[in-house]
Design a protein around this ligand. Structure first.
Ligand SMILES: Cc1cc2nc3c(=O)[nH]c(=O)nc-3n(C[C@H](O)[C@H](O)[C@H](O)COP(=O)(O)O)c2cc1C
Ligand SMILES: [Mn+2]
Length: 489
């Protein structure tokens, strides 16, 4: 059964020994970050700061900062069970006859049940503040010493495409400028930014309505991060993940809907002719992202639950909570990638590669130049376009083991021949490119080279002991009494 809201999930985490309450007064300025950073890096629990300094609202953080909590959030033992559900929908064939059609009905009905449902009211309306409201009610973190201020780091920013009316949900950080205004850090290639540009093109000036929901059941809270194509509703995917529709309620002052179970909702607008300097911010690259010009969000109304919880996260030197969320999303979307490119056997994005810097791909190579075809495919695939370095290896490399990747890739390349450079869009957070948002990317073809690729020398076999010797030594092993349990360096 899907979690009803954030609290229901916290109660589950508490039962599982995955939540620690902190009753000491702790400052949302820097202190919560320092504590959370230590806890995440040690593989520790989710945290509930009950007495953040300067606010009556408790802080929830590190909610999904481990594989186990991500699995609990999605109610599986292993993330690949979610991937298998994705595959089962992708595998649906065109029905051949009446019986086939009948057999498909339950699956179709299931698919239908994932669409968001509008309901009359919800807990997020328990308190409605149209006059008496301020962002200073909430324990919004200043995360790192050089940050430009306090930042809302895990919002679901909801807008409608001015052309099509389709909803978008994105997680874009929001720097608090004062009690009723924040920055809106939607990077230029993101869907929120596209809505902003399209509203400007249509109306020149005026407002784009925006609603921001903070804190919900975990699958809904993930909506803003899901890398789904434009005009596909992220809440539909959350419905798929939680196996139950996301319930939405209409906002009070804007024509948008928000999750009914949200803890806190900020309603307002972005002025189409206003930009303001945002940043710096200690980012998920492990470095500060620099100041930049971004739109400004004006709050016109705040609604929240009675005794709301403030859900937030920090990013910074990896690994942080976003690694565990991103990794789960990578596993869930892998079947979609494989459907388009069946030659892809596996994909790996180690935490130090911070998602946009490194993607390792194992392929079943079938024709000359195949590795380069896959690089180009990835550079044109949604947000994977940002990938600074792509390493393509053969299907028999275990890419989940970074040591094996380093060893086999470096053995397989003739650098001058096997490296591909391209120019194109890069992540806004990329700080080494000569220009913001535009730079170069590199692909490494670490596959075995073929004659048909102009390689005329023989390719050596990988060294492996033969099975007969292995089993003879297996039989002897205990009697040899060699202690290898303690590594000697
Ligand atoms: C904690 C966290 C903070 C993020 N902050 C931003 C941000 O400030 N700006 C941004 O463009 N993307 C940010 N992202 C990434 C977006 O949420 C992600 O690219 C998402 O898919 C964008 O949605 P969209 O494709 O609908 O634009 C953040 C992700 C996480 C996990
Ligand atoms: Mn989107």
């Amino acid at each position: 059964m899907a979690y009803r809201d954030l609290r229901t999930f916290l109660a589950r985490l508490e039962r599982e020994g995955e939540l620690t309450r902190i009753n000491a007064e702790v400052d949302p300025v820097l202190e919560i970050t320092e504590i959370t950073d230590r806890v995440t890096k040690a593989g520790g629990p989710a945290l509930l700061f009950e007495r953040p300094k300067g606010s009556n609202v408790p802080v929830v953080i590190n909610l999904l900062g481990s594989e186990r909590r991500v699995n609990l959030a999605l109610e599986v033992d292993d993330i690949d069970q979610v991937a298998a559900r994705v595959r089962s929908f992708l595998d649906m064939q065109t029905p051949q006859g009446f019986l086939d059609k009948v057999k498909m009905l339950p699956k179709l009905a299931e698919l239908g049940s994932f669409f968001p449902k509008t309901v009359k009211s919800g807990a997020c309306k328990e308190v409605i503040r149209k006059d008496d409201f301020s962002l200073s009610f909430f324990p919004i973190l200043k995360c790192w010493p050089q940050d430009g201020g306090r930042y809302i780091t895990w919002p679901m920013v909801i807008t409608k495409n001015p052309e099509t009316g389709k909803r978008n949900v994105g997680c874009y950080r929001m720097q608090v400028f004062d009690e009723r205004t924040t920055g809106m850090h939607w990077q230029t290639q993101k869907h929120g930014a596209e809505h902003f540009r399209s509203a400007r093109a249509r109306h020149g000036s005026g407002r784009l309505e925006v609603a921001v929901a903070i804190g919900a059941d975990p699958a809904t809270a993930l909506a803003g991060i899901l890398p789904v194509p434009p005009d596909l509703d992220e809440f539909m995917f959350s419905g798929f993940l939680r196996r139950d529709a996301v319930e939405l309620v209409a906002c009070e002052t804007v024509d948008l809907e928000v999750p009914a179970n949200a803890e806190i909702v900020l309603e307002g607008y972005v002025d189409l002719s206003e930009m303001r300097t945002e940043g710096p911010f200690g980012d998920h690259t492990g470095f500060y992202s620099l100041e930049g010009e971004y739109p400004v969000f004006h709050v016109t109304c705040i609604t929240h639950r009675k005794e709301p919880l403030y859900l937030t996260t920090i990013v910074g030197p990896p690994p942080q909570e976003d690694f565990f969320m991103g990794h789960a999303i990578e596993r869930v979307f892998l079947p979609v990638m494989k459907m388009q490119y069946p030659e892809i056997v596996d994909v790996a994005m180690p935490p130090e590669g911070i998602f946009q810097n490194l993607m390792i791909v194992a392929i079943r190579k079938s024709y000359p130049g195949h590795a380069r075809k896959i690089m180009n495919a990835i550079w044109s695939l949604g947000q994977a376009m940002f990938t600074k370095v792509i390493v393509v290896v053969d299907h028999d490399v275990n890419i989940q083991n970074p040591r094996e990747v380093v060893w086999k890739t470096l053995c397989a390349i003739d650098p001058q021949r096997d490296i591909e450079f391209v120019l194109g869009p890069v992540d806004t957070l990329e700080h080494a490119s000569r220009l913001q948002d535009f730079g170069s990317k590199m692909g490494i073809d670490g596959t075995r080279k073929w004659q048909s690729e102009g390689f005329s020398r023989p390719w050596p076999d990988e060294i492996r002991m033969d099975a007969a010797t292995k089993s003879r030594v297996d039989a002897l092993w205990q009697s040899l009494k060699i202690d290898v349990s303690r590594p000697r360096r």
